[in-house]
Design a protein around this ligand. Structure first.
Ligand code: NDP
Length: 249
């Protein structure tokens, strides 16, 4: 018997990296999974990897009409939502003197505005007792060079989860933040201009981590599954770090 048998889960940014690994895990545990992302081709590839228990809805979380289309697709299948993993995220990375309005708007538009309205617009479809998982980042507390705007956006996510856990407690909806440290995904590879530089960057990240390596997407997905299902039924308003000890030691 799967941990999410008969449940409906949504994973935004489910066509890559942590989101894709989590969508696969949720589906393997019996959930029907809706995945989103802006790139249709990546969605199609992801759907073929997840299997028949999944639906893809293309969309940009910073566009409210795309969020509406996602929930319309869920409602069209006559489903309500048990697990919402608001994972879509990313951003632009610049030092203070080079930050532009566009950098700021893309990063906050995705990680803050997008996350806020993804959760707000899900409320009518969320079952009482549902699990909402937000994606933060160890960057929120790191002070890493060129991470200022991204880190600030992820610090906002931390605040969201505490406030929303409080506001939604009357419906027994749990809200937690998954906080990845450096995980080997297309997202972290994309921080570098080419594969050689990406390998160097991953080696640098690994050298900073107490456990001495980058994390794998399936390790983040295992934590997401814990937060999604009944194993975490008494856990809300908190953060789960999956970072090889980066933030703790
Ligand atoms: P990936 O780049 O591999 O995946 C990011 C996902 O988000 C993709 O599916 C992408 O799909 C989607 N996405 C990005 N922007 C938007 C948007 N505006 N609208 C809809 N979907 C969007 O990165 P990761 O798996 O590494 O990152 C997943 C989450 O984890 C992010 O929130 C990231 O900030 C966070 N994180 C990752 C860490 C890491 O080391 N990997 C560390 C800390 C936090 P598409 O491009 O098709 O839109």
């Amino acid at each position: 018997m799967g941990q999410l048998d008969g449940k409906t889960a949504i994973v935004t940014g489910g066509n890559s990296g942590i989101g894709l690994a989590s969508a696969k895990r949720f589906a393997a545990e019996g959930a029907h999974v809706f995945i989103t992302g802006r790139r249709q081709e990546a969605l199609d590839t992801a759907l073929s990897e997840i299997g028949s228990n999944a639906t893809g809805v293309r969309g940009d979380v910073s566009d409210l009409s795309d969020i509406d289309r996602l929930y319309a697709a869920v409602a069209d299948q006559g489903r309500r939502v048990d697990v919402l993993f608001a994972n879509a995220g990313g951003g632009e990375f610049s030092t203070l003197e080079h930050v532009t309005e566009e950098h700021f708007d893309i990063t906050f538009g995705t990680n803050v505005r997008g996350m806020l309205f993804t959760v707000q617009k899900a409320l009518p479809l969320l079952n009482d007792g549902a699990s909402v998982i937000l994606t933060g980042s160890t960057a929120a507390g790191s002070g890493g060079e060129a991470f200022g705007v991204y880190a600030a956006s992820k610090a906002a996510v931390r605040s969201f989860s505490r406030t929303w856990a409080n506001e939604l407690k009357h419906r027994k909806i749990r809200v937690n933040t998954l906080v990845p440290g450096p995980i080997a995904t297309p997202g972290t590879a994309g921080l570098a201009p080419n594969p050689d530089e990406a390998a160097k960057l991953w080696a640098f990240f690994a050298s900073q981590v107490p456990l001495g390596r980058m994390g794998r997407p399936d390790e983040a997905a295992a934590a997401a599954l814990f937060l999604a299902g009944d194993q975490s039924s008494f856990v809300t308003g908190t953060e789960l770090f999956v970072d090889g000890g980066l933030n703790q030691i």
